[in-house]
Design a protein around this ligand. Structure first.
Ligand SMILES: *Cc1c(COP(=O)(O)O)cnc(C)c1O
Length: 341
C-alpha cells in the first residue's frame, strides 16, 4: 500500500507490542485473546490518536502551519495527544472543549486529560455546552487566528478524517506482520468505536491485506449512526490510498451492546471489565472507551460467538488519564484506602 507518499511526522512509539492475555482467556473461557498495546504509543500518556496525528501533522507542517486547533470533550484523549504533539513540534495549540457529560465532579473538570492539556501549554479558548457546533467553533477560531497573522491547521474531532485514518491502515499492516512472525492467524479484531477514524482505518487496512479478518467496533455513544459513519470514512480512506473498488457495507461491524447510557457514561459492565483486566493481567482500561469495548468482548464470549481455537485481538486504544477523572466510579476500591485520609 502506498502510504509513503503521505507526509508523516514520527510521534508514536511503533511498533506497539502485541501481547497474549492467557489469564483473561482462561477466566472468560474464551478464545485466545491478544492485546495490541496502542496505549503504549508514548506521546504524553499514549493512545490511538498518536498514530492519526502522525499523518495530520505531516500535512500541517507541509502547509507551514504554526497553530493547531482542535476540539473534544473535557476529558478528551485526542485533545491531550494533540496538545502534546504541538508541544513536541513547537506549534501553538488552541482548544475548544465541550461539556459533553453532566459530570460536575472536580476531578472530572480539573484532573486527568484536562490537567495535562494545561501542563502541555495548550490554550483552552472556550468551553461550550453539550451539543454545541464544535466544528463550526473551530472554523471560527481558525479565522480569528488567521486575522491575527497566524497559520492555523484545524484537526477534526477525534482526528477522524481519511488522512488521520491512515494511521490505522498502517497499524493493520503492523499487526498482521506481528501475527505472521508469531505464527498466529488473527480471526477477529475488537476495538472501541468513537469518532470512527480508528475503526475506519483498520477496516480499510484489512480490506487491503486480510479481508478475512472480522473487525468489530463497540460504539461508545448512542444515536451516532456508527455503522454508516464508519463505512463512509472507511470508503474515503480507501479512495485516499488509491484502492480499486470499495469497502463493502458488511465489512463494518458495529455493536451497541456496550454503549450504556451514552458517551462518557460507563455502565456496571464497563466497571466490571476494568476491574477484571486489571486483576487478571495488570493492564488498565479506561471508563469511556476501552472498558466498554472489553465489556463488549466479554458479552460476545458469553454468547458463545468464538471457538476456543480462534484468535481475537483487542486493540487497547489508551485513555488511562481519564481513569483519574472518573475516580468517583470506584468507591469500593477507595474505601480500602480510607486509612490514608
Ligand atoms: C478516541 C479514542 C477511541 C476511539 O477512537 P476513534 O478513532 O475516535 O473512534 C478509543 N479509545 C480511546 C482511549 C480514545 O481516546
Amino acid at each position: 500500500m502506498l502510504l509513503d507518499r503521505f507526509p508523516r511526522v514520527a510521534l508514536a512509539h511503533r511498533p506497539t507490542p502485541l501481547e497474549a492475555l492467557p489469564r483473561l482467556s482462561d477466566r472468560l473461557g474464551g478464545p485466545r485473546i491478544l492485546v495490541k498495546r496502542d496505549d503504549c504509543t508514548g506521546l504524553a500518556g499514549g493512545g490511538n490518536k498518536s498514530r492519526q496525528l502522525e499523518y495530520l501533522l505531516g500535512d500541517a507542517l507541509s502547509q507551514g502551519a504554526d497553530t493547531l486547533i482542535t476540539h473534544g470533550a473535557i476529558q478528551s484523549n485526542h485533545v491531550r495527544q494533540t496538545a502534546a504533539a504541538a508541544a513536541k513540534l513547537g506549534l501553538r495549540c488552541r482548544l475548544i472543549l465541550e461539556r459533553r457529560t453532566d459530570h460536575g465532579d472536580p476531578a472530572y473538570l480539573q484532573s486527568g486529560n484536562v490537567l495535562m492539556d494545561y501542563l502541555l501549554g495548550a490554550e483552552i479558548a472556550a468551553i461550550l455546552p453539550r451539543g454545541a457546533d464544535m466544528a463550526a467553533a473551530t472554523i471560527a477560531l481558525g479565522d480569528e487566528c488567521r486575522r491575527a497573522g497566524g497559520k492555523p491547521y484545524i484537526i477534526p474531532g477525534g482526528a477522524a478524517s481519511a488522512l488521520g485514518a491512515l494511521g490505522y491502515v498502517d497499524c493493520a499492516g503492523e499487526l498482521a506482520g506481528q501475527a505472521d512472525r508469531a505464527g498466529l492467524t488473527i480471526d477477529h479484531v475488537i476495538l472501541a468505536s468513537g469518532s470512527g477514524g480508528t475503526h475506519a482505518g483498520l477496516v480499510a487496512g484489512f480490506h487491503a491485506i486480510e479481508p478475512r479478518i472480522a473487525v468489530t467496533g463497540f460504539s461508545v455513544g448512542v444515536g451516532t449512526n456508527q455503522h454508516d459513519h464508519v463505512l463512509s470514512l472507511a470508503r474515503d480512506t480507501w479512495s485516499l490510498i488509491g484502492g480499486a473498488g470499495t469497502v463493502g457495507s458488511g465489512e463494518v461491524r458495529v455493536s451497541d451492546v456496550a454503549a450504556g447510557a451514552g458517551y462518557g457514561m460507563p455502565g456496571e459492565t464497563t466497571i466490571e471489565a476494568i476491574r477484571l483486566v486489571a486483576r487478571c493481567e495488570g493492564i488498565m482500561l479506561d471508563p469511556v472507551y476501552t472498558g466498554k469495548a472489553m465489556a463488549g468482548l466479554m458479552a460476545m464470549i458469553g454468547e458463545g460467538l468464538f471457538t476456543p481455537d480462534e484468535t481475537v485481538v483487542f486493540i487497547h486504544t489508551g485513555g488511562l488519564p481519564s481513569l483519574f477523572a472518573y475516580k468517583y466510579l470506584f468507591g469500593d476500591e477507595q474505601a480500602g484506602g480510607s486509612a490514608l485520609t
